[in-house]
Design a protein around this ligand. Structure first.
Ligand code: F6P
Length: 324
């Protein structure tokens, strides 16, 4: 391997720049050439390439977003699109690829690897933390801190007015952000797709906590949660069945994807970036580089993207006990 390309794909996440930087500088360290691909897998199809050296990634470790831009490519899902991408990689004499993204990116990478036997390794970059085989994904820690900071502010006004706030957080099919930020922000209830609480049990529990002396309440709702799917409808239902509180809704939205990465995310991204280039040089392919019990691990793409998101049941118990 002499020439490696790197790209970011899918939803962006704080820390992606730190990962790009680590890949580029790792290439330089090993005397390899490095090429940046703009707009993710779509950029492969359009041959949107740029040579990258160690100085081209200066002053980005602290920046949110991704300097290489990102996209969700529909064309890469077609055989013709992938063929175009392969031809462009060959034309540019690229020997291997590092993809930074989430499950959609890894699914595309795995199919591509199977079709063309092209060396690819992945780095998990998504705020959702919904990838198997790694304890953390890049951007998740920063997103948690953003959410907790926002809920702390909501708590101030909720308390002044004796209100109940439903706060929607991201996590398409995963409750990791909701559960951890919910515990960290001291939420009364946390609704996640992995556990269906049911509307009436939720109301009974909120009534109980009101009776026990609480003057305001915060309910954190993951966007993928079934009963919270239509958060405004849920708020209306709660209001109709509960006159103890005035009910308000806040949807945090894309602020969760931005901002300067936390130190944890910067270090994680740096370790995974170095690990990705190491893995390619060791002849590994079709794998994700993850972190497990603080150690760098390699996980087959098929394993990383398989099945349901796993939630630590102990966290649910902690949330229940500490919100009593
Ligand atoms: O996968 C990351 C994520 O932020 C999800 O939590 C969310 O559902 C989705 O991306 C939003 O995607 P978009 O930015 O394309 O609207």
């Amino acid at each position: 391997i002499k020439r490696i390309a790197v790209l970011t794909s899918g939803g962006d996440a704080p820390g992606m720049n730190a990962a790009i930087r680590a890949v580029v500088r790792s290439c330089s360290y090993h005397n390899l050439e490095c090429v940046g691909v703009f707009r993710g897998l779509q950029g492969l199809i359009e041959a949107d390439f740029k040579e990258m050296g160690p100085r081209s990634v200066k002053n980005i470790i602290n920046r949110g977003g991704t300097i290489l831009k990102s996209a969700r490519s529909k064309e890469f899902m077609t055989k013709a699109g992938r063929q175009e991408a392969y031809d462009n990689l060959k034309e540019a004499k690229i020997d291997a690829l590092v993809v930074i993204g989430g499950d959609g990116t890894f699914t595309g990478a795995s199919v591509f690897n199977e079709e063309f036997d092209f060396p690819i390794v992945g780095i998990p970059g998504t705020i959702d933390n919904d990838i198997n085989g790694t304890d953390y994904t890049i951007g998740y820690d920063t997103a948690l801190n953003t959410v907790v900071e926002a809920i702390d502010k909501i708590r101030d006004t909720a308390n002044s007015h004796n209100r109940l706030f439903l706060v929607e957080v991201m996590g398409r099919d995963a409750g990791d952000i909701a559960l951890n930020a919910g515990i960290g922000a001291g939420a009364e209830e946390i609704l996640i797709p992995e556990q269906n609480l049911g509307r009436d049990r939720l109301i009974a529990s909120l009534k109980r906590s009101k009776k026990s002396g609480k003057s305001s309440s915060i309910v954190v709702v993951a966007e993928g949660d079934q009963i919270g799917k239509n958060i405004f409808g849920l708020a209306e239902y709660i209001q109709q069945n509960m006159d103890e509180y005035e009910v308000k809704v806040t949807v945090l939205g894309h602020i969760q994807r931005g901002g300067s990465p936390s130190c944890y995310d910067r270090v994680l991204a740096s370790r995974l970036g170095v690990g990705a280039v190491d893995a390619l040089l060791e002849g590994k392919r079709d794998v994700m580089i993850g972190i497990s019990h603080s150690k760098i691990v390699t996980v087959p793409f098929t394993e990383a993207i398989k099945g349901d998101n796993e939630i630590d049941l102990d966290l649910i118990r902690v949330a229940d006990i500490t919100s009593v």
